[in-house]
Ligand binder design. Sequence first.
Ligand code: 13P
Length: 338
Amino acid sequence: MSIEELESIAQAMVAPGKGIIAIDESTSTIKKRFDSVKIENTEENRRAYREMLLTAPKLGEHISGAILYDETLRQSTKAGVPFTKVMMDNGILPGIKVDKGPHPLAGFPGEVVTEGLDGLRERLAEYAKLGAKFAKWRAVINIADDAPSGTCIEANCHALARYAALCQEAGIVPMVEPEVLMDGNHDIDVCYDVTEATLRSLFGALYEQNVMLEGTILKASMVISGKDCPEQASVDEVAEATVRCLKATVPASLPGIVFLSGGQTDEQSTAHLNAMNQMGPHPWPLSFSYGRAMQSAALKYWAKDLVKNFAEAQKIVVSRARENGLAALGQWTKAKAA
Ligand code: 13P
């Protein structure tokens, strides 16, 4: 695949007013989400849940792509249509999570490094055949008294860059996700410093590994107060600090940046994205790739009756997509959400 094809996929992922839905929870992560609403974590329930989300009518008006887990990429609707076909028919690009999750970083207690590079070339070749157009790899950076170390940041960014180069070789757009966690009592300035150091390291590593930025998407965490910080930054402060940090670190040749929700409430995640876009224009489109902030309301409703509430739960997820699509244009208001 040519760089032009990678570029056009990347641009489609961040088309105006559109964003990504992240439904790539591993079997153990979806168990936590299902447990919280008392749904049994069986393969059929996972399939039915992802069918509810992916076949929601008009989802493609606001959603350009969905990140799937390995199992989901291979599944079909109850009527036997592969999810990848349903998605492409509705203008939703199939994406695939390819990392093998964070593991303890030897020598650095409390810190983690994401694994999954072994055999990745072969896995990507198979995913491309199955219809994946983009991939995701998540690195986790934890803020604590003595963390993150420079070693942790470098090890994670090196792996992200190796993954990104392998994706492009396979004709798949890499979404690179260095998530600075919200956990902790640190203030927004500490989050700024850690995010800045992480993004500097990431773009250095991408350059070293010959990754073409024109065919890459950044999935970023917002610059935000730690969850337990007594002083919580306002919506405008978060938006301003996040945009400032991205402008200081992310080359303008990148086609787009999408955010994770990371434990923010639905409303916060939408309000922050909207405020950032109202401060534009920016060098790149700023959109969303939310997991929990796209799904939690729909999951909660669907859980009450998996059959009867199917269609209504779909309306809820489409409504979240619409709100976040408006926020990606800086046109969201609380009134419009109602
Ligand atoms: P959240 O929006 O729930 O943080 O999930 C996004 C994601 O894909 C994290 O890797």
